[in-house]
Write a protein that binds this ligand. Structure first.
Ligand SMILES: Nc1nc2c(ncn2[C@@H]2O[C@H](COP(=O)(O)OP(=O)(O)OP(=O)(O)O)[C@@H](O)[C@H]2O)c(=O)[nH]1
Ligand SMILES: [Mg+2]
Length: 392
């Protein structure tokens, strides 16, 4: 039974868990109150606790921050916790869990160790050449290893979009001529009325978005203004936005009313485009035979081809985003630290004097260390813990 120490009034029957120092997530002694969740109960408990001297409510992410400060986890693991709390899809959950259990930390620590070791070699050589009076050409071994580390980091950076797409979602943009059936398709895929459908050409003028969970991946579908020549004013702006969005898409669905076109040249090179023939219910056999080149033939009126399209989208996402390796660049913070570290490593490789090489390696090791929070943490702490909610 919990009672208010000041008034002696009963608050609730509760479960109270005590963690001794070292046994809690933060490493500190902790008491947890598990109460019946009613607002009045929580309110009464809070006011009783408020009256206890030295107690105050925790700030955002304060528990995780304390766990970090006591060395229980590194910054990338803390970021993994923030991601796990925010995870909505299976892919986000898997990614966050990997990060939380140290997939990123292990790699960055290994890179840092190798850079520190190379620097050690160079410094040893420096001491040695001073004693011996030989001008040191610095260790070929250290140089080779630095180049390997730099190459591994570059490869990790090339993968940088994957983490963003797992977290923020991949983008699939629906493009096509007016009345092709774009808004009908987004409604069919999202299974709700997201966009207005009408026989009027040029119905959609702005971008309309729907977020889906497809095979565990978060996907943003974007319906757009139909492309046509001679559109004026608002519609022209809508078309400009449609094309711009298509340029940045992970995939474009190019819809054509009973046609198999691919909208050649409409979106930036490199963006995959699927040709989707719409309104199949209006086709006879002869008409269907002309659509051999289409990737998908659909009808939102009968539902034909919609499940097939969803399956294909799920396979596409899986092929693009799933890999045995977890992404190593999970955030902009990691990206910029890696870029600086690679630049410093490159500088070390071409340095003529061993002293200069050693200094560049020190910079590189610091930048790598900043990702896990080994080095220069003060300035990044607020950035990392700002995204937490209270109670974590
Ligand atoms: N028979 C049939 N009609 C369809 C199908 N899909 C869409 N339509 C009709 O085609 C017309 C245009 O559909 P929308 O989905 O508004 O087309 P849109 O591409 O979004 O058009 P804009 O926004 O004007 O560019 C509407 O009258 C729809 O009812 C279909 O699969 N079969
Ligand atoms: Mg439309």
């Amino acid at each position: 039974m919990l009672t208010d120490p000041a008034s002696g009034e009963r608050i609730d029957e509760a479960l109270v868990l005590r963690f001794a120092a070292g046994a809690s997530a933060t490493g500190e002694p902790v008491a947890e109150f598990h109460v019946h969740g009613g607002r009045a109960v929580v309110q009464a408990l809070f006011s009783a606790l408020d009256a206890v001297e030295g107690l105050r409510p925790a700030g955002r992410g304060e528990f995780t921050r304390r766990a970090f400060l006591s060395g229980r986890l590194d910054l990338t693991e803390a970021e993994g916790i923030a991601d796990l709390v925010a995870a909505e899809t299976d892919a986000q959950r898997r990614f966050a869990l990997g990060q939380m259990s140290g997939s990123i930390r292990t790699q960055y620590e290994s890179w840092r160790d190798r850079v520190v070791r190379a620097r050690g070699l160079i410094e040893a050589e420096l001491d040695f050449s001073e004693e011996e009076g030989i001008a040191g050409a610095w260790s070929a071994m250290a140089k080779a290893d630095i180049q390997v580390v730099a190459a591994e980091m570059r490869a990790a950076m090339a993968d940088l979009g994957r983490a963003d797409r797992i977290r923020d979602g991949a983008e699939v943009v629906i493009l096509g001529a007016v009345n092709a059936g774009k808004s009908s398709l987004i409604n069919a895929l999202a299974r709700r009325d997201v966009a207005i459908v009408s026989p009027e050409a040029g119905t959609t003028r702005d971008l309309v978005e729907a977020v889906l969970d497809l095979a565990g991946y978060r996907v943003t579908l974007v319906d757009t203004a139909g492309l046509r020549e001679g559109a004026g004013g608002v519609e022209r702006e809508g078309i400009r936005r449609a094309r711009a969005r298509g340029d940045g898409a992970d995939l474009v669905l190019w819809l054509a009313d009973r046609g198999a076109e691919r909208g050649d040249g409409v979106v930036a090179a490199g963006v995959p485009v699927w040709a989707v023939a719409t309104k199949a219910d209006l086709l006879d056999d002869h008409g269907r035979r002309k659509l051999q080149a289409a990737d998908h033939v659909i009808s939102t009126a009968t539902g034909e081809g919609i499940d097939g399209l969803l399956d294909a989208l799920a396979r596409f996402l899986d092929a693009t985003l799933r890999s045995a390796e977890p992404p190593l660049v999970a955030r902009a913070r990691h990206r910029s630290a890696l870029a600086e570290a690679v630049a410093a490593l490159d500088k070390a490789v071409v340095a003529h004097a061993p002293e200069l090489a050693a200094e560049s390696l020190r910079v590189a090791a610091d930048r790598i260390g900043s990702v896990t929070g080994r080095v220069g943490v003060e300035d990044v702490l607020d950035v990392v813990f700002r995204e937490f909610c209270v109670g974590k």
